[in-house]
Design a protein around this ligand. Structure first.
Ligand code: ADP
Ligand code: MG
Length: 380
């Protein structure tokens, strides 16, 4: 449209011109809009832009946009501005942290457009929307998720604490016995350097075992802070070790196999172990419910190009078909009248699908339930 059409009414009945419409949009938009020139200075800002940053129009016009940029970012953003205006790079819409006049940081979502005059002068049009509240909400959700995972861990871990106490009973007795025999040997005159050393070594062995159990438990119990590369079968084996007492009590066996020795994943090992624990606990529950004394759990790790599949299979008779594929994963769904919380599998799904970039599903095999957990593979 020729330039002066902007000044013509948009139709015969109307007095509104395109220019007035554009001005109206610019001024009334709830979205901050600013136009900056090649020396980074504001040449036009709308009301929403001023409100967003806490300045008046007069305070912004003629000033460089770095006024609202945290100091460490000045150079980088000036260069981006240059590259954008010259057409070297296109700026994609994205999140930034910027500085309000009061000094506090705000999170914005910004888009950029280029405006080139017939004379060849380039300007940048930036729109900015405040997303601080969204960010806060997101952080709260993540925080609540973390609390929920930790609470579920407490619920599933209860029996394990008893099992560890049980596991410790044996070495504690052994250490007590070995210590008590020392003065006896001395009295009998049979305490030599050699059997003292052997005593010490045996005591140390028991202590190392106890301390290993405790370390495994602590590694399991503390939430993982950052993503780590971990050996998947080893992680599953520590869960098996922690559960040794409960497996013995249930007279159940657990077998871990892998189709290759070196299968790693990158993710959150402590949370992954919790998923495995929750699934094993469910199998133990069903063995107990059916008073089975030949309960068996088979865990297998298999790779494909980019993922690992961990299948956890039991011989507990299976999941009622009407609860498949998704009902059992619903929060608080449980078929166990007294002891069920219904969070085990729902948390497992959150951990695997939201935190770990994987999937989890359940099906029935010939003898019982089979859980298929897929997580990203890491190749060393
Ligand atoms: N291995 C399994 N065999 C049969 N049913 C299972 C198995 N694992 C889970 N389920 C079913 O899924 C439901 C939900 O499991 P979960 O979320 O761990 O909660 P909870 O164990 O507290 O009941 C269980 O109540 C049970 O009905
Ligand atoms: Mg459970």
């Amino acid at each position: 449209m020729p330039h002066n059409d902007f000044l013509q009414p948009i139709d015969q009945q109307s007095e509104l011109t395109t220019l007035q419409i554009l001005q109206g949009v610019f001024e009334s938009a709830q979205l901050g809009i600013c136009i900056t020139d090649s020396s980074y200075r504001y040449v036009k800002v709308n009301r929403a832009y001023c409100d967003l940053y806490g300045y008046t129009e007069a305070e912004l016009l003629g000033k460089p946009f770095t006024l609202v940029v945290p100091p460490g970012d000045h150079e980088r953003l000036e260069k981006l501005h240059d590259d954008f205006l010259s057409g070297r790079v296109d700026e994609i819409a994205q999140h930034w942290t910027v500085r309000h006049r009061s000094g506090r940081d705000i999170d914005i979502y910004a888009t950029a457009g280029r405006l080139v005059t017939p004379g060849g002068h380039a300007y940048k049009i930036t729109t900015a929307a405040d997303v601080s509240e969204l960010k806060t909400l997101q952080k709260q959700t993540e925080y609540q998720q973390a609390i929920l995972i930790q609470q579920a861990k407490l619920a599933e871990v209860g029996a394990m604490v008893g099992a560890i106490a049980h596991q410790w009973q044996q070495p504690v007795n052994a250490i007590a016995l070995m210590t008590q025999t020392l003065p006896l040997l001395l009295d009998q005159g049979t305490l030599t350097r050699e059997n003292l050393n052997s005593h010490v070594e045996q005591v140390m062995q028991q202590i190392r075992f106890m301390s290993q159990t405790m370390n495994d438990f602590r590694d399991f119990y503390l939430p993982s802070r950052e993503q780590e590369i971990f050996h998947v079968s080893d992680a599953i084996a520590t869960v098996r070790d922690l559960l040794q007492g409960q497996l013995l009590k249930a007279k159940a066996t657990l077998e871990i196999s892998a189709s290759e020795p070196l299968l790693y994943s990158r993710g959150y090992p402590s949370e992954f172990k919790q998923v495995v624990l929750n699934i094993i606990n469910n199998a133990l529950d069903i063995f107990q419910e059916q008073q089975r004394h030949d309960g068996h759990i088979a865990i297998k790790v298999e790779p494909d190009e980019s993922m690992l599949t961990i299948s956890i299979r039991d011989n507990g008779g299976g999941i009622p078909v009407e609860l498949l594929p998704d009902r059992i994963f619903e929060p608080f769904f449980s078929t166990k009248p007294d002891k069920g919380t219904g969070i085990g599998l729902s948390l497992a799904r959150t951990i695997i699908e939201e935190k770990s970039g994987g999937t989890i599903r359940a099906e029935n095999g010939p003898e019982g339930a089979c859980f298929l957990v897929r997580i990203p593979r890491h190749i060393r």
